[in-house]
Design a protein around this ligand. Sequence first.
Ligand SMILES: Cc1ncc(COP(=O)(O)O)c(C=O)c1O
Length: 416
Amino acid sequence: MGSITTPDHGTKFVLTAEALNKALPNMHPSTRAVHADDFVTPHRAIAPGMHTAVNFRYARDPEDLVPEENKDPNAPDDSHVYSRYTAPNSKRLEVLLRSLMGGEVITYSTGLSAFHAMVILINPKKIFIGDGYHGCHGVLDIIQRLTGIQKLELTDVDQAVPGDIIHVETPLNPTGEARNLAYYRAKATEKGAYLTVDATFAPPPLQNPLDLGADVVMHSGTKYVGGHSDMLCGLLVLAEERVKQGWLKTLHKDRQYIGSVMGSFEGWLGIRSARTMQLRVMRQAETAQKLASWLQEQLSDPKSSVGKVLSHVQHASLQKDDLENGWLQKQMPGGFGPVFSIWAHNPEHARRLPSRMYVFQHATSLGGVESLMEWRAMSDAGCDKRLLRVSCGIEEFEDLKADILQGFESLLRDFS
Ligand SMILES: Cc1ncc(COP(=O)(O)O)c(C=O)c1O
């Protein structure tokens, strides 16, 4: 990291895309987040342009016309035909994210459309999936109508046969607990199944499931890639082996016909946001760990209002056995994710606590710069009514702690 080797250029040096691409892998992710897309467009603007075009002029010289291709020799990565196929902003975001995610990236209109694309690409007879985001289960219920796909628990992975999917969400929504990907990779290899990972809750640099052998990693980019609660986006990141097998090409073709592309405005917002993803996510994860640990300590203090309201706190950073065992730290080298959950003794307390907050907003979703505390039943009626999901934003830790403390005290004053 931090070394740029300069070959001997003589007196004339002009930086080329090739030279930059060679240097990028030695740069820190926070540098790549700002420069990995420098050569996508020949335009000289420092900030990316916002393109709304749906269609793109073909080459003027008929000799240069190639059916279904519209390659601009000055900008091979910025060559388009029709924006349902590819478009300047989302394509530029894909180039940038490729550098941050460590594998080829394809973007989608939402996290769920990315999940849908992944399942129909692999088209398994069975998918092993535990709890996790209820929306992914909703997508599988729709696919079940078409293909009869069977949904099984992750605890049943021994029943997997070649071609099935083992789908692991980690850290898990809504609790923020982490799962051991090395274990599921070993199971997938033994059974000839594919390992797919929903890594929405901890994008790089917190963890990178490709390093642990995932075949496909999906993210709801709506969360940490977007990071400002103002855009929807999904992405799939592919292991090199799967790209070689032609999966990226097939996904592009499928997306072209299903039409689940990101909007151009979202692509533009995504580039602006991905530049700071590293900074935001590291701070958010650090805040979550500090808050979860402080709350956990308070639980054992009989005088604390925390223990009077809460029964327990869940977060990957509190998985003591897994930390002692060693796999957790290894799989999440950058931190344990900015989301954790707290459980009230009394569902009425859980329902009322978010309304007592000054800084934490009572809303669903996560990953934005604003801290949220959601009575989870509001967006997932099946969820335990005692659970509150906490998503840490970028506000100052001491302010968030003070907000929680005053919220608990105010709640107990009026509803003990
Ligand atoms: C873990 C996880 N996966 C997938 C999704 C779906 O993402 P989107 O809302 O972008 O479709 C979500 C949304 O909350 C999520 O939390």
